[in-house]
Ligand binder design. Structure first.
Ligand code: PCA
Length: 189
């Protein structure tokens, strides 16, 4: 049985909910023969990835799929690329606001997702939820966890991916969960 570490985020920016948290809560602990290990992450630069990396090692995860909320987006968006750049327009949940700096001075400028993002977007559309590949995960904490995980697991068999979901007013959590389930299934077929 394959093990997927599925991370989602706590609320941030003064909100009392995060669509990724609501969607993850609705996902089963098993999809086909994939065991889903769920982990909530703090919306804090650096710390988010440390938690995820520790949990991936502790559980022997075969892959890590992180999910976050992208308010203002109308579709579920598997992210193609993580960039080596932080630019926070609001402070993270520990009060950090890095502006226009690299995540890792000696790291690659960017990493591509090692998940099949085009197939994931197609599979999500097929279950009736609008989806499209996104070419930017932004420069806030979602991109940060995606970049740091990609950097940590580059050249290994551990796959790393990221999906943004719209806020819960735009897309009800049941649909976001359905989208994630479809994406996870296709990623392992
Ligand atoms: N969305 C933010 C960080 C946490 C989240 O759910 C982002 O897109 O960077």
């Amino acid at each position: 049985m394959k093990k997927l570490l599925l991370t989602y985020f706590e609320p941030f920016g003064g909100s009392d909910e995060n669509a990724s948290q609501a969607a993850a809560a609705l996902l089963p602990d098993r999809i086909g023969d994939i065991e889903i290990i769920k982990l909530e992450l703090p919306v804090v630069f650096g710390k988010c990835a440390e938690r995820a990396i520790d949990a991936a090692a502790a559980n022997g995860a075969d892959c890590v799929l992180s999910v976050g909320q992208a308010a203002g987006r109308g579709q579920v968006t598997p992210e193609l690329v993580a960039i080596n750049y932080m630019d926070a327009s609001i402070p993270d949940n520990d009060g950090n606001s890095p502006r226009g700096v690299r995540i890792d001075e000696s790291g690659a400028d960017a990493y591509f997702s090692t998940f099949p993002v085009r197939e994931m977007a197609a599979a999500i559309n097929e279950v009736g939820v609008h989806a499209a590949v996104s070419y930017s995960a932004g420069a806030y904490v979602c991109n940060d966890v995606f970049y740091r995980l990609s950097h940590r697991f580059r050249g290994t068999d551990v796959r790393v991916g990221f999906i943004h979901v719209p806020d819960t007013k735009t897309l009800a959590p049941t649909y976001a969960a359905r989208a994630l389930e479809a994406a996870i299934k296709i990623a392992f077929c």
